[in-house]
Design a binder for this molecule. Structure first.
Ligand code: FAD
Length: 459
């Protein structure tokens, strides 16, 4: 096989690596174990509704996806913003849905008046907001958990009712284990510069001014438009093979990739699959790298989306959805009201709710049948939103071991990984387990990796 670069994994990371390599005139062979490309990105179109099986959008402030879509021509014109004039998130507390007060920058109340007026917080927390503004700058000599950072600045209540459910929605993780330096680097930087996170968040908002656009973006045809467009754009210079990579070994002057459909060799191999898979593949050839990769824990997620007759639901769907803090959680950790967040996705006369099950609930429920998942989700929607109607239809997608956890010490692990990889030139890692968990992070990493490969080939 004459392909120059072997890419393992045909999700957005692998496809964008192939695309950027192609732009540099470098051919590749992409090995994807499943029948379809796209990995976690999949858009189902049912009954006139566009339902996302994985990511529903990407953070607009990270430019990599927008830039890529613009390069891909038509896709750039298909970008749609989230409906931010209706952006409001509710938090379940003491059996009520309480809107997150305006001005919250993640778990930091940058505007004190709405935070003081909100029933989300107790008097004790409100007093903490006042005193936090006088926190002195500090540089920590080691990584701490997000839980510790939030607790030290704002107390337990902010951790339980804001930080934990927000992180569960993005990382499916546990705030007491996640790394502050990796997950919330800008707040660690505010602590160093200002002491007070409130002061830092206010500065951030001042700098943004009125230029802040929509928080999320997606595509008219759904997130799968991105991976479909990438697959089409890579066709000219990428051979796509559907088979499973089994292991990677080193021969004299190349890396050897064994797959279920044959053996391929190249001096450059990109592992664009989950870190736990990359670890297995590299165990024999590069045990140090494999060991570090195995140390990145993953959690699972289940997404259940229900579509109803709009008229059968009395709830006004007056926001993007709600979060359920662990203390109040039965099954779902978060839900999105798709009609409000991306109105164009849902057919007239329908209402769609996307329910997110993560963490220990997801691990426990993965083996269960979809009917059981649906019934548990419906029980929550009944209790939380008063939804009793029978859905017209529902979809359920299980994503085992899909969400990498950036636990305390993640940055140090990345440094060790980079150092170990330097000893084994030609092995490259791309994906959401390393320097950002979202789609834009994967695309940015793919682009950077293509440049590294070009400079190695040119040398
Ligand atoms: C439920 C959920 C919701 C999310 N929501 C958002 C969101 O709204 N916004 C956002 O930005 N991000 C979101 N993310 C994160 C985002 O989906 C990921 O960062 C991104 O899709 C990862 O892409 P990837 O290509 O690195 O990995 P994947 O999409 O996992 O692709 C890896 C590919 O490798 C293949 N593979 C695995 N093993 C092998 C093997 N041995 N041989 C060959 N192929 C193999 C797999 O089949 C797969 O196709 C979400 C994630 C989840 C789980």
């Amino acid at each position: 096989m004459a392909a120059r670069v072997i890419i393992i994994g045909g999700g957005v990371s692998g496809l964008s690596t192939a695309y950027f390599l192609g732009k540099l005139g470098i051919a590749s062979l992409l090995v994807e174990k499943s029948e379809r490309l796209g990995g976690l990105i999949k858009t189902d179109v049912v009954d006139g509704c566009q339902l996302e099986a994985g990511p529903d959008s990407y953070i607009a402030s990270k430019p990599a996806v927008t830039e890529l879509a613009q390069e891909l021509g038509d896709l750039g014109r298909e970008i749609i913003p989230s409906n931010d004039k209706a952006r409001r998130v509710f938090i379940r507390r003491h059996g009520r849905m309480i809107p997150m007060p305006p001005g919250m920058v993640f778990m930091v109340p940058s505007e004190l008046k709405p935070a003081f007026e909100s029933p989300l917080f107790s008097v004790q927390s409100k007093l903490r907001f006042l005193t936090e503004r006088f926190a002195r700058p500090r540089r920590r000599n080691k990584d701490i958990s997000v839980g510790q950072l939030v607790r030290e600045h704002f107390g337990e209540e902010m951790l339980d009712y804001v930080a934990e459910p927000l992180l569960a929605g993005v990382y499916g993780g546990d705030a007491t284990a996640l790394s502050a330096a990796s997950v919330l680097p800008r707040f660690v930087a505010y602590e160093e510069k200002y002491g007070s996170l409130i002061a830092g968040a206010r500065e951030e908002r001042r700098a943004q001014g009125s230029h802040a656009g929509a928080m999320f973006q997606s595509f008219q045809g759904g997130m799968q438009s991105l991976t479909d467009a990438l697959a089409a754009a890579t066709r000219a210079h990428t051979e796509i093979c559907h088979g499973e990579a089994i292991h990677v070994s080193q021969s004299e002057d190349a890396w050897q990739v064994e797959t279920t459909i044959g053996s391929f060799a190249s001096r450059e191999v990109v592992l664009a699959c989950p870190a736990h898979v990359a670890s297995r593949l590299l165990r024999g050839a590069v045990p140090v790298v494999a060991g570090e990769l195995a140390g990145i824990p993953y959690s699972s997620a289940i997404l259940v989306t229900l579509v109803f007759e709009r008229a059968s639901i009395s709830h006004s769907l007056n926001g993007f959805g709600f979060l359920v803090p662990r203390r109040e959680r039965n099954t779902i950790a978060a839900a999105t009201w798709i009609n409000t967040k991306f109105p164009s996705r849902i057919a007239d006369g329908r209402a769609a709710i996307r329910a997110f099950i993560v963490g220990e609930q997801a691990t426990r429920l993965l083996p269960r049948e979809n009917v059981e998942l649906l019934s548990l989700v419906r029980r929550d929607l009944s209790q939380f939103m008063g939804v009793e109607a029978e859905p017209r239809f529902a979809t359920a997608h299980k994503w085992p071991d899909s969400m990498p956890q950036y636990v305390v010490g993640h940055n140090e692990r990345q440094q060790r990984l980079r150092a170990a990889l330097e000893q084994h030139p030609g092995i490259h890692l791309v994906g959401n387990a390393y320097s950002g968990v979202g789609v834009p992070d994967c695309v940015r990493m793919a682009k950077d990796t293509s440049l590294v490969i070009r400079s190695r080939i040119a040398a």
